[in-house]
Write a protein that binds this ligand. Structure first.
Ligand code: SF4
Ligand code: SF4
Length: 358
């Protein structure tokens, strides 16, 4: 059956407080509240932005959703997991401090932040799925205890999956450390000796200490590499190379399989908001990037495949190009949607309901 996806257009660089009001309207019109009952514990998952990033979803937008959940008598809380790479989000304490710095503290949000995978990312549960790559996926333990999730995703380009949005937000973002490792370990970069300037930055940032300087060039000892992509993100000289075509397809499928685990864990009680605002080439794990599109709007719906496909289509409609054409042209990001559909997570056919004005 075709699923409804609600779409609220926004102005480019719209004032955050005016937009926050519209989000409440979108919440009501899209029927997000119908999914949850009074007393339900609802995890609200977003990305608080890495240190130095300012294009993450504005806290006021997240608060607008949280307020609706509180008014309905549910018990919402913000939730996240630790990253694999070094940075300010690799354990619960640093992540919490950064979230606070970025405006997601209890003083601003009036709800707590609970790290779903514990202090160090190893608090997990195995969920059985019937996947092509996995029969069991490892997701953050607390996720299996909630009565529902609201997934607030920032739609951006992504160096490994073409675009990063809801599937990445839950498939990677709600996987435990082990789940993340299992997905990333398909990716193994190489370093071009022609481009490497021996600056040493990748050595400093590699979480597995698996890069060393050999004859004036960085060298990756692949046996310990977990494919986290940190070296690629920090190299300013384009010296870290991936075979995107082969690696990205498998990574995207694995993300979809972990998404299936998350969806199964909460018995499908998930609502999705995709924000097509500040659409950058890379996700909010990196420092600020240039926008590759004007601000477009917010999409909302119950089905992950439909909401992701609608986001992809609207980007093309507005820009006359697919997102990968202006970010990573060698990657086909539709692989994640196709695999999600094969896993029974939904259909890319949808009916778009355009909301006029709050
Ligand atoms: S960050 Fe890039 S240029 Fe610097 S050592 Fe590593 S590969 Fe070479
Ligand atoms: S060498 Fe491997 S483990 Fe180290 S930063 Fe690069 S991708 Fe990550």
């Amino acid at each position: 059956m075709r699923k409804k996806v609600h779409f609220l257009q926004v102005k480019h660089k719209e004032d955050p407080s005016s937009l926050a009001k519209k989000i409440k309207y979108l919440y009501d019109k899209s029927g997000a509240g119908d999914l949850f009952s009074k007393g339900d514990f609802i995890g609200v998952k977003t990305h608080f932005g890495e240190k130095g990033n300012t294009t993450f979803i504005h806290p006021l937008y997240v608060k607008a959703v949280l307020n609706k959940l509180v008014q309905a008598g549910t018990k919402p809380f913000l939730t996240e997991t630790s990253t694999l790479y070094r940075g300010k989000r690799s354990n619960a304490i640093d992540h919490f401090a950064l979230a606070n710095e970025h405006g997601f503290g209890f003083d601003k949000m009036n709800v707590p932040l609970i790290m779903a995978d514990g202090l160090f990312g190893d608090s997990e549960i195995g969920i059985t799925i019937n996947g092509k790559h996995f029969k069991t996926v490892n997701i953050a333990a607390e996720i299996a205890k909630v009565q529902g999730l609201v997934i607030i995703s920032h739609y951006t380009g992504h160096m490994a999956s073409g675009f990063g949005s809801a599937i990445k937000n839950i498939g990677m973002g709600l996987a435990s450390r082990r789940g993340k490792l299992k997905q990333h370990s398909v990716m193994s970069p190489e370093i071009s000796s022609d481009r490497c300037t021996a600056c040493g930055l990748c050595i400093e940032w590699c979480p597995k200490d698996t890069i060393s300087m050999v004859d004036g060039c960085a060298f990756i000892h692949k046996e310990n590499c977990i494919g986290c992509g940190e070296c690629l993100a920090v190299c300013k000289f384009g010296a870290v190379l991936y075979d995107w075509k082969r690696e990205s397809d498998a990574l995207q499928e694995m993300m979809a399989e972990h998404s299936a685990g998350v969806i199964k864990a909460v018995k499908g009680k998930i609502f999705y908001f995709n924000f097509l605002i500040n659409i950058t080439r890379n996700c909010d794990c990196g420092k600020d990037g240039k926008a590759v599109s004007p601000d477009i709007g917010i999409l909302a719906g119950r089905n992950i495949v439909a909401v992701e496909k609608a986001s992809y289509d609207i980007f093309r409609e507005v820009n006359g190009k697919n997102i990968q054409d202006v970010t990573y042209p060698d990657i086909n990001p539709l692989v994640q949607l196709k695999h999600a559909e094969e896993l029974g997570l939904g259909s890319p056919d949808y009916d778009l309901v355009e909301l006029q004005q709050a």
